[in-house]
Design a protein around this ligand. Sequence first.
Ligand code: FCB
Length: 472
Amino acid sequence: MSELALGLRAGRLAFPPGFWWGAATAAYQIEGSVAADGRTPSIWDTFCATPGKVARGESGAVAADHYRRYQQDVDLMAELGLSAYRFSVSWPRVQPGGRGRMNPAGTAFYDRLVDALLARGVRPVVTLYHWDLPQELEDDGGWAARDTAYRFADYAGLVAGRLGDRVQLWTTLNEPWCSAFLGYASGDHAPGRTEPAAALAAAHHLLLAHGLGVQALRARLPAAPASLVVNLTAMRSVSDDPADLDAARRMDGLANRLFLDPVLRGEYPADVLRDTAAITDWSFVRGGDLEIIGARIGALGVNYYQPTLVGAAHDGVRPGAMAAWPGCADVVVHPIPGPVTDMDWAVDASGLREILVRLGREYGNPPLLVTENGAAYRDRVAPDGGVHDPERVGYLHSHLTAAHQAVSEGVDLRGYFVWSLLDNFEWAEGYGRRFGLVHIDYETQRRTWKDSAHWYREVIAGGGVPVDRPAG
Ligand code: FCB
């Protein structure tokens, strides 16, 4: 990487030539049309229909109506100047019920979408699984069952056969930590199970699904660049007290190393296996699994939102809700001082630099993409017709600056995707949390550019982030 390539250009921190400027979405969060063209229910349809699980009883049934309005949305992407668009394919559209033949009517949607993207010069980046497991597979055990990993590989092969001639980058899974621990340990996400042992089995079967999925992709597309997307956090200890440091080590094990070590080093971290030995004996890991999981990938996708500050429980500081963290009931998550987003997530870009640099140093400097980064705020259309979101502009500016810093330290970062292109269905939070660059009026489905969208268009056009922090 030459100094010049990364240097200052007209008051901007320039990113390497060929850097992918993107935005991301996921099928269930934007598509709607959940019963169209033969799609069957996923675990999220079931979860949303279960009283008390999702804010205000909302669901992705209509969402941003992207299934019918995709052409308009692709036009938006082209106007933004995106070089890549990360979206997910809905498994129950392509293979209703999760087994057997491909459903041509459902799959045709992704054919049209990919063609529309290519026609406007936007690279399609496909995530095969962004949490919408066919309900029938959950009925047979879900991710706690080994067979689900093999079902995923079959499905991956079907999609590769249909879209493989046009897709530029494949991602097997989005955020297996969330699928395993929010889905099967805390129950905050579908399928809403609260079984810590099943959650650890799910983590392994998700990783196995990733490895088998990569095999299935390569069987059909030998040169296919394949990736995994993980959500990482900078895990920080409240003090240097050994008990606090140990809490941070255990949490880092579950949040980060449980996924990074098998995929990038072909082994599970020994301390995590030890820490969780009272919950499971890990006998679901079979001979040969780690070779499959650890097969080389073309890139790692990193989703980053905030760091995590933890310590040990002691008198006066009692554990809060730690159900998503098997074996960490005695750990306390502390609030991080400073500004927060509408999700109550801390705004702290230093964590992004930290995890990117850590991947570079500790995991052999793999090609990386920031596949999600962004913030929710209470956006509304103002009387002047605009949507003024200076906090989001500030968030994106500080995180892109941190990403640039990591690149200048030698990290092999190839692209950055804002979460999200559009306001959308934010899982258990429903429509109350708006992450989009583009505002959606859910009554009319009207799309309105937020100020952050205008700002991002200029960043892309200029090839870098303005050095000066935006006003506002
Ligand atoms: C991530 C998810 C994405 C979105 C953002 C806010 O964990 O991958 O779908 O909900 O958080």
